[in-house]
Design a protein around this ligand. Structure first.
Ligand code: ATP
Ligand code: MG
Length: 222
């Protein structure tokens, strides 16, 4: 088992106007599986991914990643664990505009690797997303789909086991969405990565092994 959630709850806001977004989320994902999370805007998909990635604390419940209960970690332990185990791809890729493609990919590896080693790995990854010849280009010189491919390479730089993707193709046209997703999926498959992806795109969701629906604060399996 790669990921297991039990009774995960999360509310936002003060006592009076608090909204309960997650009302007891339970589900598991096997190693190597590709799973889509669907549900209307505002239902809590991003909240859920942020909690799984340790970027946000749940109010209660347990999150196990490869048998490790991350819910009891301190902030420091969470950061360390995330860096080693989890990769993120966001809807808006947040590439650093003052760095070129290659630098954007290797920067997250500098915590754990020497620069030369990080750079070599980043070059390999840019090759695998088909952007080798664009490595010295800045984000503003790349198309949306190309920027998203850089973001995918960046998410893989620390060889994560779990890849969390929050509408990774949200800004792209349908054909580019499918090709970026298929790239993501083939890289995940090659590395035996587990992929959990929030999406509004039914065509992409149907290309996953399984679809989970977030509805009224809980997960409904299709
Ligand atoms: N930091 C916060 N403070 C208060 N409310 C928040 C916060 N973060 C999220 N919310 C609320 O929680 C709910 C779930 O938000 P979330 O971003 O998880 O939805 P989503 O399913 O990802 O939506 P979308 O499909 O539009 O990305 C929304 O009502 C949102 O306004
Ligand atoms: Mg969202």
């Amino acid at each position: 088992m790669m990921l297991s959630l039990k009774g995960v709850k999360k509310s936002f806001g003060g006592k009076k106007e608090s909204i309960e977004v997650l009302k007891g989320v339970d589900f598991s994902v096997q190693k190597g599986e590709t799973v889509a999370i669907m549900g209307p805007s505002g239902v809590g998909k991003s909240t859920l991914l942020h909690i799984i990635g340790g970027l946000l604390k749940p109010d209660s419940g347990e999150i196990e990643i490869e048998g490790t209960n991350i819910s009891v970690f301190t902030e420091e332990e969470t950061d360390l664990f995330r860096n080693k185990t989890i990769g993120f791809v966001f809807q808006h890729h947040y590439l650093l505009s003052e760095f070129n493609a290659l630098e954007n990919v290797f920067v997250p590896a500098l915590l754990s690797k020497k620069k030369k080693e990080a750079e070599t790995k980043a070059e390999e990854l840019l090759k695998s997303v088909g952007l080798w010849e664009r490595k010295r280009h800045y984000p503003s010189e790349l198309s949306g789909g190309e920027q998203q491919r850089v973001a995918i390479a960046r998410a893989l730089i620390n060889s994560p086991k779990l890849l969390l993707a929050d509408e990774p193709t949200g800004d792209l046209d349908e054909a580019t969405s499918i090709s970026v997703f298929e790239l993501l999926r083939s890289l995940a498959e090659k590395e035996n990565l587990t992929l959990l992806m929030a999406t509004h795109n039914k065509n992409l969701a149907e290309r996953c092994d399984r679809i989970l629906f977030l509805h009224n604060g809980k997960i409904i399996e299709n």
